[in-house]
Design a protein around this ligand. Sequence first.
Ligand SMILES: NC(=O)c1ccc[n+]([C@@H]2O[C@H](COP(=O)([O-])OP(=O)(O)OC[C@H]3O[C@@H](n4cnc5c(N)ncnc54)[C@H](O)[C@@H]3O)[C@@H](O)[C@H]2O)c1
Length: 393
Amino acid sequence: MSRPRSQLVVKVVVAATLTALCMFILRQSSSSASENVFSRPQEGVQHVLVTGGAGFIGSHAAMLLLEKDNYRVTIVDNLSRGNLGAIHVLQRLFPEPGRLQYIFADLGDAKAVDEIFAKNAFDAVMHFAAIAYVGESMAEPLRYYHNITTNTLLLLEAMAKHEVSKFIYSSTCATYGEPKKMPITEDTEQVPINPYGKAKKMAEEIIKDYARTKRMAVMILRYFNVIGSDPKLRLGEAPRPELRVHGRISGACFDAARGFRSGLEIRGDDYNTKDGTCIRDYIHVTDLVEAHIKALDRAETGKVGIYNVGTGKGLSVKEFVEACKAATKVNITVTILDRRPGDYAEVYSQPKKINDELGWKAKHVNLTETLEVAWKWQLKYPNGYNNEIMSAV
Ligand SMILES: NC(=O)c1ccc[n+]([C@@H]2O[C@H](COP(=O)([O-])OP(=O)(O)OC[C@H]3O[C@@H](n4cnc5c(N)ncnc54)[C@H](O)[C@@H]3O)[C@@H](O)[C@H]2O)c1
């Protein structure tokens, strides 16, 4: 090789090595900078781990927390049910460094969860992540006990190890089963009749037992039927198409109104209720999330607070369908089928305790208005969050 040529080769190798070194240093410094922000406590700011933050309720919770300056949020979600598009919306709304980070992880993976706690200085955990369909739980009970009960246990173990003591738990009216007396108070006996409700009740028991041994600040919120969309239409309810079969009533009504299904199937009209269809208490997602933020702020060390979160008013499935027809202005065809296994006739809450103790009250109590907003979101995002994902690619 001639001398000038060999010098050129040396120069190229040196330049390439230096470039690679610079890129390595830059990458290291940017990742350690972002790690540092979330791994360090910040004066006056609560760092909240929101599990299930890609889902319907968790995404709304992350957004409402981030709208206040005194919270930073880490979302952990395995996207088994939620939407990456919801995370993209949140990232766009809160791009400032140190406000929001998303970590893809499965809460059943104890090692991954331990690592997440080791790298982040959490002040509190809001545990939304769960699979949550009554009918599916009847068909796949073990999956539900794993996902709900075992994962809550693993999360508590990580919290214990890393000394995080504030915990807000998403429980459900399904833990009460079908009480004889309405409305349901927090003292109503919990006799769940499906694996979903049983798994949540077991998780509650684990939390309460553990909280007795440690100085934890715990709030268990038992939600009734959650509906609606962010009033500013930034987020909404977008169950993935493969989950339609388990459908919640709002999704099923909108699917029928949009022609995705030929009509709406009501499961049972021979219940012992005013019009024969099931009675439920429909709570707006924004109201529910506000209850969480109050619970987070009022959680007291050494105490477990248990609250129903509902409107206190029961509406029948037929009434819901009428409100949906009014909101969408579509005359949805209705077919009556047999009852769905695991369903109960009538459940509605007595929300007095949360009204009195946390100063929380449901604000969105007009069902047609709630559905009108949710319908606008459906029309704005006809493919759910898919457009969000495409625009981010
Ligand atoms: N929607 C309701 O009417 C209602 C009523 C009562 C209680 N809840 C409870 O509220 C919580 C949130 O419900 P939702 O309606 O937002 O459900 P969702 O399915 O929209 O959201 C749940 C999220 O959890 C994630 N997830 C599930 N398993 C996970 C795992 N192993 N690891 C990491 N992420 C996981 C999913 O990907 C999803 O994004 C659940 O705990 C549910 O039981 C919901």
